[in-house]
Write a protein that binds this ligand. Structure first.
Ligand code: RRO
Length: 330
C-alpha cells in the first residue's frame, strides 16, 4: 500500500456524502498551509512577469498566481520565434527570460500591495548553490505565500545541462538547501516527466522537506518544421510542449505522485477545458495549474472552471473538493 493511502486525504477521497442540512459548497482548498479560495492556480510562464498581468489573472478567478520563474540575474531568453502554437498546444523555447530577482521582487510587492490572492514566486538557478542563493535573496525582499522551485525547465540543456528534475538526489539536495533559506515559507518543487521515475523524484523532494509538488512542466523538448523553408520553426529549434496534447501525461503524473507522496500536488499540464481540471483533481491534485489554456480559452477559463467545479459539488451534495481529490484511485 502506498504511504498516503491510510491518511485522511485518502479517506476524504473515498466519496463522503453530506447527510445533514445542506451547506453551500466551497471551492476553497488548503495548499501547504495556505488557503486558496479556488483550486485554480496561474501556472508559471504565462502572464507572470508583471504585477498588472498577475492582477488580471487574479481578478479572473485564480485562487493563486505564479510568477514567471526568475533567477539571480536578468536574462533575455532565446531569440524569436520562441513560442509556436500548433493544433494541440504550444511549443515554447522562451529560455528563462526574466528581469532578475530584484525587479521581480518589486513586481511581487506591487501585486501584494493591491491583491489579497496568494502569490507563488517561482525561482530557477544554474546550479544547486544558486537555488539557495536565489531563495535567500528573493525572500529578503518579499514574502510570497509559497516559493516554487523550478528544477525542470526543458529549454536550457545547452547552457545548464539536463534539468535537475531528472536526478532525484539533486532534487533532494536543492529542496533541502532552499528550505534552509525559506524563512518558513512553504516550498513547492516543480517536476518534469523527463526522469526515470517521477514517484522516486517526488519522494526525494518530500523526504528533503518539500511542502508541495508541482507536476508537470512542459514536455519534450519537441520540434516543428516549416515545410516550405525546410527548417525548424523555433529559433532555438526545440521547445517544451504544453497544452491539450499533454493532458494525459499530466493526469498520469499526478496519479503516480498521489500514490507516492503525502504532500499536496499542484496538477499542471494540458488544462484547456473545465473538465480537464476535474480530471487532475480526481487523479489527486489539490490545486490545478492553468497556463497554456489561457492562449486558447482566454482568462474566462478560470471563471468557467470555477463554475463547473461548484456545480459538480452542488449536484453531488459535496461540501468541498476534499471529497473528489484522488477519488479516481477508488
Ligand atoms: O522559460 C522557459 O523557456 C520555460 C521554463 Br523556465 C519552464 O519552466 N518551462 C518551459 O516550458 N519554458
Amino acid at each position: 500500500m502506498s504511504p498516503h493511502l491510510s491518511t485522511d486525504r485518502h479517506r476524504a477521497a473515498a466519496g463522503d456524502r453530506v447527510t445533514g442540512p445542506p451547506t453551500p459548497p466551497s471551492l476553497a482548498v488548503r495548499l501547504a498551509g495556505v488557503t486558496l479560495a479556488s483550486p485554480l492556480v496561474l501556472a508559471s510562464g504565462v502572464m507572470g512577469l508583471s504585477a498588472s498581468s498577475l492582477e488580471r489573472v487574479a481578478a479572473a478567478g485564480a485562487g493563486a498566481v505564479t510568477t514567471k520563474s526568475c533567477g539571480l540575474e536578468e536574462r533575455q531568453g532565446h531569440p524569436c520565434p520562441a513560442i509556436l502554437p500548433f493544433a494541440h498546444g504550444l511549443l515554447n523555447a522562451v529560455g528563462l527570460a526574466n528581469p532578475g530577482l530584484d525587479e521581480m521582487a518589486a513586481e511581487i510587492a506591487a501585486f501584494q500591495a493591491r491583491t489579497p490572492v496568494p502569490l507563488i514566486a517561482s525561482i530557477f538557478a544554474k546550479n544547486e548553490a544558486g537555488f539557495a542563493e536565489a531563495a535567500g535573496r528573493l525572500l529578503e525582499r518579499v514574502t510570497p505565500a509559497l516559493l516554487e522551485v523550478n528544477v525542470s525547465c526543458p529549454n536550457v540543456a545547452s547552457e545548464f545541462g539536463q534539468p535537475f528534475a531528472a536526478d532525484a538526489d539533486a532534487c533532494g539536495r536543492i529542496t533541502a538547501a532552499v528550505k534552509a533559506r525559506a524563512r518558513g515559507i512553504p516550498v513547492a518543487v516543480k517536476l518534469s516527466l523527463q526522469c526515470p521515475s517521477l514517484a522516486h523524484v517526488g519522494r526525494a523532494c518530500q523526504d528533503a522537506g518539500a511542502d508541495a509538488l508541482t507536476a508537470i512542466n512542459s514536455v519534450g523538448p519537441g520540434m516543428l518544421i516549416d515545410i516550405d523553408v525546410r527548417r525548424p520553426i523555433l529559433a532555438n529549434q526545440v521547445g517544451g510542449l504544453s497544452g491539450a496534447a499533454i493532458l494525459p501525461l499530466a493526469v498520469r503524473a499526478v496519479w503516480d505522485l498521489f500514490q507516492a507522496v503525502t504532500i499536496p500536488i499542484i496538477g499542471t499540464g494540458g488544462v484547456t477545458r473545465p473538465e480537464d481540471a476535474l480530471q487532475l483533481i480526481l487523479a489527486g491534485a489539490t490545486a490545478v495549474g492553468i497556463g497554456t489554456g489561457i492562449y486558447t480559452g482566454g482568462l474566462e477559463l478560470f471563471a468557467a472552471t470555477n463554475a463547473f467545479l461548484a456545480d459538480r459539488l452542488a449536484h453531488g451534495g459535496l461540501p468541498s473538493l476534499d471529497a473528489l481529490r484522488g477519488a479516481a484511485h477508488g
